[in-house]
Design a protein around this ligand. Structure first.
Ligand code: AMP
Length: 118
């Protein structure tokens, strides 16, 4: 069973923010911003590339509710999902990072030059 499935089951503790029957939001153990929340579906889905549209449609208002709960909805926040190897995904259970609580930076994310498409 994967790490986040164990968190869903309560086998590994988490600092919960919000949950319903299908989704769970909890604090990241290694925060990269003043507020850093992970939002996951309770059912196991590997990553964004594998998730179905119905789950995403239901997940959207849940994520918006988490942002409101933390009073991030007015000043803004960043939502990230790392997908697969090149995306830097370490835990293979779909999760969105919700980051906020400060004006976030937007650094270069890779050393290599942008690919030319035109
Ligand atoms: P990613 O690299 O996108 O797969 O992100 C995985 C995230 O899970 C990282 O930001 C970790 O800090 C976080 N993480 C790992 N283990 C735990 C845990 N037990 N509780 C909360 N967050 C965790």
């Amino acid at each position: 069973m994967c790490l986040f499935c164990k968190i869903v089951k309560g086998e590994i503790p988490s600092n919960k923010v919000l949950e319903n029957d299908e989704f769970l939001a909890f604090h990241d153990i290694n925060p990269k911003a003043p507020i850093h929340i992970l939002i996951i579906p309770k059912k196991h889905v590997e990553n964004f590339q594998e998730v179905d549209g119905e789950t995403m449609a239901k997940m959207t208002p849940f994520i918006q509710e988490v942002a409101k709960e933390l009073e991030l909805d007015e000043n803004g926040y960043r939502l990230i999902t790392n997908n697969g190897r090149d995306g830097g995904q370490e835990v293979m259970h779909l999760h969105f990072h919700l980051l906020g609580g400060a004006r976030l930076k937007w650094p270069h994310l890779a050393d290599s030059q942008p690919k030319k498409f035109i």
